[in-house]
Design a protein around this ligand. Structure first.
Ligand SMILES: [Cu+2]
Length: 569
């Protein structure tokens, strides 16, 4: 770029640097970084509520009928409400806002080298709708009859008849909250796709886009393509509850299986909607901390497309015992096993990236590696469940529950901590404490395995999900099984206690941490070429890309970790 063009760019760009009042900077922002942090903070607060709910119902399972400290008595209806909203919160109010909306907002403009989202006010509106949906969900816990208790999958007739789901307005507010949340993410998604398509730094070709950005965009496309049927279904469910229609009620000629199809047509792609952002974050972290370029950038990308496409034709593997034709079930067994192939290929590429690298075990890298290890267990146990013959036995057991948490805990919680510890210096301009970071990592990762590995055993022993007191069932009331339940609950309490280490480290480092340089990890994506934290408008001079970050880093040569926007000599 000649001096003249640089000067012109600085000039037009300077209008973004004016000082804003507190109200417009933090409460009604249009800056993508602040909006991203609004999502992340809301998600973290919701994670505390979701964790608290898990604590309450796990205590009931370990010590049935006893008063739960800091909660009170958990009755059967209360138990259903806690389980339902734990799932709802963790998926729709933690995984989605933190991984997609939060980091999507924060990272996309910085990583592709532009000054903001292309529709900044739409971006602000997306967050505001999300905030309203959050308040509606929280309100639903306090209405007469209490929060919704029909499970996060919300199967009719349980969810469509008020007396079955125990609650009246709780169930309807729950649907309203979820629907509003989807609206917010649809609007946000428009911004992410348009920005990535149109606002990339000059010279950044499609195949230069960082994997973290690519995967968020693919995730958003999957979300947009799959959520339509569910929104339609939610409207029908709402009408069944409130207006006396019978879309899902056999008593009036409706079909409860219809909801299951609508739900899982969205529900399975949703797994990849939250998985892909974490996979992208992990790819970038692994590449940086093994000082190697990503192995097979294009292959990883194409396998992500393949996974995304296949995720639309596997949904009925959730319905093997719901009364679908066994011949149809066989088709879904095949597609389900097929989808493990691109994912295995991604895993292979990540491990190949590590191979021969000079690996640094910094906190973000520990999170990234633990993601690979634990998600692998989730993926492999998913292949068992995808086989319809085995699923007849496993369905609705704790084996499913353990499998599910070996996929979603790595995706949501480990992914969130990987991203937060890695980009913290860029977000707040200060470093987090490494020692506390490592204590928090081990204090989370070890108890996580102690909670969920034993649950596989309970599942194999025939323990059903969604039972609030196993003492009522002679076969499951045995002391040796109860000991496992107590062990899992105690492990959960240990895990929750270690989160205080993170909260302390997070807030103290934000104000008192060591000042962060522009590029503390020697990474080579564009966000590290600007100051920490970046100014309003992101870059003093908008960058031009001369070479791909993915083609350039060579192990062991410090010089090669420069920002990619320096012209070649
Ligand atoms: Cu599925």
């Amino acid at each position: 770029m000649s001096q003249a063009t640089a000067a012109v760019q600085t000039d037009t760009h300077a209008e973004h640097h004016e000082e804003l009042s507190f109200l417009y900077k933090y409460i009604l922002p249009v800056d993508h970084k602040i909006i991203g942090m609004q999502y992340i903070f809301t998600g973290m607060i919701m994670a505390i509520i979701g964790g608290y709910f898990a604590y309450a119902f796990r205590m009931q399972l370990a010590f049935p009928g006893e008063l739960v400290p800091l909660y009170g008595l958990v009755g059967p209806g209360e138990y259903n409400m806690l389980v339902t909203n734990h799932g709802t919160i963790m998926i729709f109010w933690v995984a989605m806002p933190v991984l997609i909306a939060g980091f999507g907002n924060f990272l996309i403009p910085l990583m592709i080298g532009c000054d903001d989202m292309v529709f900044p006010r739409l971006n602000r509106l997306s967050y505001q709708i999300f905030l309203v949906s959050t308040l509606v969900l929280i309100t639903s816990f306090f209405v007469a009859g209490g929060g919704f208790g029909g499970a996060w999958t919300s199967y009719p007739p349980l969810s469509s008849v008020a007396e079955y789901s125990r609650t009246d307005w709780g169930a309807s507010l729950w649907i309203l909250a979820v629907a509003l949340e989807f609206v917010s993410f649809l609007l946000g998604g428009i911004n992410f796709i348009t920005t990535t398509m149109n606002a990339r730094a000059p010279g950044m070709k499609w195949m230069d886009i960082p994997i973290a950005v690519w995967f968020i965009v693919v995730a958003v496309i999957l979300f947009m393509a799959s959520v339509g049927p569910l929104v339609a279904g939610a409207v029908m469910l709402f009408m069944d509850q409130r207006l006396g229609t019978t879309f899902f009620l056999p008593s009036g000629g409706g079909d409860p299986l219809l909801w299951q199809h609508l739900f899982w047509f969205f529900g399975h792609p949703e797994v990849y909607v939250v998985l892909l952002p974490t996979m992208g974050i992990v790819a970038d972290i692994i590449s940086v901390f093994s000082r190697k370029k990503l192995f097979g950038y294009r292959t990883i990308l194409y396998t992500a497309f393949a996974t995304g496409g296949l995720s639309f034709i596997v949904w009925a593997h959730h319905q093997f015992i719901a009364g679908i034709d066994p011949r149809v079930a066989n088709v879904f067994v095949v597609t389900t096993v097929l989808i493990s192939i691109p994912l295995a290929e991604m895993m292979f590429s990540y491990i190949a990236t590590l191979y021969g690298g000079s690996i640094e075990f910094k906190t973000p890298m520990l999170w990234a590696l633990s993601f690979l290890a634990s998600f692998l267990i989730g993926g492999v146990t998913g292949i068992y469940l995808g086989a319809s013959a085995l699923d007849i036995y496993f369905h609705d057991s704790y084996f499913v529950l353990a499998h599910f948490h070996y996929t979603f805990f790595p995706i949501t919680i480990i992914g969130m901590f990987a991203a937060l510890t890695y980009w913290f210096p860029k977000m707040f301009g200060r470093m987090m404490n490494e020692t506390l970071g490592k204590i928090h990592f081990w204090g989370t990762f070890v108890p996580f395995n102690c909670i969920f590995l034993p649950l596989f055993l309970l599942g194999l022993a025939g323990q059903n999900r969604r039972v609030y007191n196993f003492q009522n069932y002679p076969d499951l009331a045995k002391q040796e099984l109860q000991d496992i339940r107590i062990f899992a609950t105690v492990s959960l309490i240990v895990l929750l206690l270690f989160q205080f280490v993170f909260i302390y480290n997070f807030f103290v480092s934000m104000f008192k941490g060591e000042k962060a340089p522009n590029n503390p990890w020697n990474a080579n994506t564009l966000e590290w070429s600007t100051s920490s934290p970046p100014p309003h408008g992101n870059f003093k001079i908008l960058p031009t890309v001369y070479r791909s970050a993915y083609e350039y880093s060579v192990p062991g040569r410090e010089k090669d970790y420069w920002p990619q926007n320096e012209p070649p000599e």
